[in-house]
Design a protein around this ligand. Structure first.
Ligand code: NAD
Length: 321
């Protein structure tokens, strides 16, 4: 069995490796070669933790396994990341455990890859202004991955806790791009692409604040009850997602479905655009929206890529198991 500790991930895999792995698995999901198993997520009644499993199988790449972990809100006081996870890969031919891979950095990279893929396929080619809503741990990964997809000339940002915005400003500085902290009216009125990555439970952006032609990547809502944008904004957009069942139950789409503003059938898998079976954006004025809920197959895809890279470079730790 191969072990890849959390500390080895940063040296091993790049954001473009993750983008390629996630793009391939989204395509497999839309082809029905890959599917996610039902998600388990439980409040365990200890340390205020939420713990669970995301799992699946990709018949094309033969990635089989699960990511297990969750959210430990009191970890910060112990000097640890609140989100903790590990990814277990199994041999699809024998069922033997093939690898255990640290899942913390990979979660951020695979989540950023998903929104970057949505920008690659759905944002206008001439997008110049990137708007960021959210400035937590995930936000800098989101920002860096998005900047690789279009020739953005400016970054606008808003966060409910403005003191957190400095981490985004630092990335902008590193990339040599102008950065402005703005209110939500300006962010919506001037951005060509908007990424939301907060843990909000109430809408932060309204339909009236977003202009025609915008692409939104809504990445924060991954649980029942969470919400980043007004349901009317989602309903006015052409909606894409990683997985339709998750979008309508735990994703941003849940609210428009509950209000009867859209039908499940209107939600398109991003993989269908990657495969060329859906045209994606069809006009410059269309508002497109990616509801990124986060699926287990993304985790398996990036963990498998990390294992292959470790083997190819001769740095994999192998143990008898
Ligand atoms: P974080 O705790 O580091 O940051 C939280 C962010 O949400 C900050 O911008 C903070 O200002 C904001 N926030 C906190 N409380 C809020 C409230 N009550 N209302 C509005 N905003 C609030 O978290 P993170 O690791 O950056 O994750 C952000 C979100 O992304 C979380 O909801 C997390 O569950 C989600 N997430 C989604 C995926 C996916 O695949 N879609 C993957 C990882 C994380």
């Amino acid at each position: 069995m191969i072990i890849i500790p959390e500390s080895a991930i940063a040296e091993l895999i790049t954001s473009s490796d993750c983008l390629k792995a996630v793009e391939e698995v989204f395509a497999s999901m839309a082809n029905r070669s890959a599917y996610n198993f039902p998600v388990i997520r439980e409040a365990i009644g200890h340390a205020d933790a939420l713990y669970g499993f995301k799992s699946g199988f990709d018949r094309k790449s033969l990635a089989l396994g699960l990511k297990s972990g969750g959210f430990w809100p009191n970890n910060t006081s112990r000097g640890l990341t609140n989100h903790q996870s590990a990814i277990f890969l199994f041999d699809a031919d024998t069922g033997k455990c093939r690898a255990v891979v640290g899942g913390n950095l990979l979660t951020a990279l695979r989540t950023a890859a998903a929104s970057a893929i949505s920008i690659k396929y759905l944002a206008r080619k001439d997008a110049k202004v990137l708007g960021m809503i959210g400035a937590g741990h995930q936000s800098t990964f989101q920002l860096r991955a998005a900047l690789e997809q279009r020739a953005f000339e400016k970054i606008l940002a808003w966060n409910p806790h403005p003191d957190m915005l400095s981490r985004l400003e630092e990335v902008a500085k590193e990339e040599g791009l102008p950065f402005e902290a703005v209110d939500r009216d300006r962010l919506g009125a001037e951005s060509d692409v908007i990424i939301s990555i907060t843990s909000s439970f109430a809408p932060l952006l309204k339909a009236s604040q977003v202009r025609a032609g915008t692409h939104l990547a809504c990445m924060g809502t991954d649980t029942k009850g969470k919400q980043e944008i007004e349901a009317e904004l989602l309903a006015a957009a052409t909606v894409f997602t990683d997985e339709v069942e998750q979008a309508i139950t735990i994703g941003e789409t849940q609210h428009a479905i509950e209000k009867g503003l859209i039908r499940k059938e209107a939600v398109v898998e991003l993989g269908a655009v990657i495969n060329g079976t859906h045209p994606g954006r069809t006009s410059q004025d269309q508002v497109t929206l990616f509801d990124g809920t986060g699926v287990g197959l993304q985790d398996l895809a990036v963990a498998s890529a990390a294992v292959e890279l470790a083997l190819a470079r001769g740095v994999a730790i192998e143990v008898d198991f």
